[in-house]
Structure formats: C-alpha cells, structure tokens
Design a protein around this ligand. Structure first.
Ligand SMILES: Nc1nc2c(ncn2[C@@H]2O[C@H](COP(=O)(O)OP(=O)(O)OP(=O)(O)O)[C@@H](O)[C@H]2O)c(=O)[nH]1
Ligand SMILES: [Mg+2]
Ligand SMILES: [Zn+2]
Length: 297
C-alpha cells in the first residue's frame, strides 16, 4: 500500500520524504533517474527502513533554471521565492534579474531581501543598486539577520502561511535566515571566503524546514548559485517576464518590436525618458542576445 508524503530534501540520487505523521525517511526513485524535487507530493512505498517513490502528483508550479544543457530544478509547489542578497559579497544585478525572471515565468510571486545591514557603507550602496526593483513594485526588505535584536517583523509577515524558497548567491545568509526562524534547524553556515571574496558553497542541497508547529509556514534552504540560466524562456517572451519592460512593451510602432534597436519603440523611449532604468534595459538586451544565440547542443 502506498502512502502519501512530501519530498523535503533532495540529494541527487535519493530524496527524503516526510509522511503525514511528520517522520522523514530516505526514498529511492523507481527508475534510474530521480525525478522528484523538494516540495513534490509523492506516493511512496515502505521497504524496511527506507522507501521507494511510486508516483509524483501533478505540480502547481516548478521553479528551475535552464543552463546551456542542464536543467536544475530547485523546488515545486511554491508560494514565493525570496531572492536573498547581501551588502557583502557584492551581488550580480544580472543574477538577481534572472532569478526574478524565472519566478515570473513560473507564475511564482517573488521578493528581494538585502542582508547585512550592519555593514552600513556597503549596505547603502547595495540598497541603491536595488532601487530599480523597488521602483517597479518589487518588495525589497532590508535585513540584519545576524542582529539578534532585530525581530524581522516585516519578513515574518511576508513568510507567514506560505511556502518560500530562499534563493541567492553563496554567502548571502540563506542558512543564517533559516537558523534564525527555525531554531532547531541547525543549518550549516560559513564565513565568506576572503580569497575568493564570495561564499563557500556551504549548503549543497535544497531542504524544507517548517517554521511553525502547525506546519503552515515553510522555508526552503538552497545551495548558492553562481550562474542562473534561463534558456527555457524564448527571447520574444522575455519582456513579459520583466514587469518594468512589460509596462511599455505595447507602446511600440512594430507589433513584433524586440525593444533592442527598433525606431519608435515604447520601451526605448521610456528608457530615454528615465521611466525605465537604463541598467535594467541593458540587462534585457544582454539576455535577449543570449537567448537568441544558437544553442550549444
Ligand atoms: N555582517 C553580517 N554577516 C552576516 C549576516 N548574516 C549572515 N552573515 C554571515 O554571512 C556568512 C554566510 O552566511 P550563510 O548563511 O552561510 O550563507 P548562505 O547564503 O547560506 O551560503 P551558501 O550555503 O554557501 O549558499 C556567515 O559567516 C554569516 O555569519 C549579517 O546580518 N551581517
Ligand atoms: Mg547555506
Ligand atoms: Zn519596442
């Protein structure tokens, strides 16, 4: 007899499944390849102290990145993605943009957290770099995750009752956040590497944590990413996944305007008038070129 459960961690070849009583056990895929991702509802069959995945229930959504050849699934059945970056190490505008585009494409709400408020100078600079996001209505939360006196009120309010994937570059503080809100989590954290001036990739697999005993609020820790491919998005679909570009994309002379070089383009006009951030439009044109290039496979 199969039982229903939820995938709460993924280790490549096998996964951890939580049953309705809250017990977690290792389960192996039926076939050669593990298709189940964290957040999946599955039917599993017990075999001694482990189990096998018999079926994966249809997903509400799937958040993944598509690099040149590889598809990397982060998690399924999410309510939102929290893109967590920090004052230090300095974050990449392009990577933040990509993560938000992937969420938009998957129909998943997203917000940004900017951590390490205590590093005041670097924080102010980073806060300014995120202005274009605030301007188009993306929520950006200032955070000091290591400051125990900060009760993280606004963040808790955003997380309440939702399943949130915490995503971001290595060293941003994703595991620190999990440990703040889930005291029994004990997620490993690490100092950022001075030599590389980036994180150390401490977290290596995505893991689901319950924040409350009633199990209404969940946080998913994930490994830091360096590259975030969005090759699953067609170049002509890109503007639709960027709310600030989208707002002007039907003000163009040509119905098939790419918003890259055409005359009488509503998007380019808006950039010219300061209504769209020039840096964001640059990211758009770079991504457009990347997605239009012939694929390497
Ligand atoms: N100064 C400062 N450091 C912080 C803050 N929050 C977290 N850190 C530090 O940043 C470093 C990285 O934190 P982690 O939580 O391991 O980062 P991560 O995003 O989980 O990194 P990966 O698992 O490698 O992807 C640790 O040394 C934390 O103590 C903060 O608010 N201020
Ligand atoms: Mg981590
Ligand atoms: Zn246009």
């Amino acid at each position: 007899m199969t039982q229903s459960g939820r995938v709460v961690a993924s280790y490549g070849r096998h996964v951890l499944v939580e049953d309705s009583a809250g017990n977690r056990r290792i389960c192996h895929p039926r076939g050669k390849k593990n298709q189940a991702v964290v957040g999946d509802q599955v039917q599993w069959l017990a075999s001694e102290d482990e189990g096998s995945i018999e079926a994966i229930e249809p997903r509400r959504n799937l958040f993944y990145r598509q690099d040149d050849i590889r598809t990397k699934s982060f998690a399924a059945n999410l309510d939102q993605v929290l893109v967590l970056v920090a004052a230090d190490p300095e974050f990449s505008q392009s990577q933040v943009a990509r993560a938000l585009i992937a969420a938009e494409q998957a129909g998943i709400r997203s917000l940004i957290g900017l951590n390490k408020q205590d590093l005041t100078q670097a924080f102010d600079k980073a806060w300014t770099r995120l202005k274009p996001y605030r301007d188009f209505g993306c929520q950006v939360l200032p955070l000091g995750l290591k400051n125990a006196s900060d009760d993280l009120h606004d963040l808790r309010e955003q997380l309440q009752g939702r399943v949130t994937l915490v995503l971001g570059p290595s060293g941003a503080g994703k595991s620190t956040l999990i440990n703040r809100l889930v005291p029994q989590a004990n997620a490993a954290t690490n100092i950022i590497s001075k030599a590389l001036h980036s994180g150390k990739h401490t977290t290596t697999s995505t893991t689901w944590y319950w924040v409350d005993e009633a199990k209404t609020t969940a946080l998913l820790d994930s490994p830091g990413f360096q590259e975030f491919g969005i090759h699953h998005i067609a170049p002509t679909g890109l503007a639709d996944c960027m709310p600030d570009i989208r707002a002007y994309s039907d003000h163009c002379k040509f119905y098939n305007c790419t918003h890259v070089h055409e005359p009488d383009c509503g998007v380019r006009q808006a950039v010219h008038n300061g209504l769209i951030d020039a840096g964001r439009h640059k990211i758009f044109t770079e991504l457009f070129a990347e997605l239009s290039a012939p694929k390497n496979y």
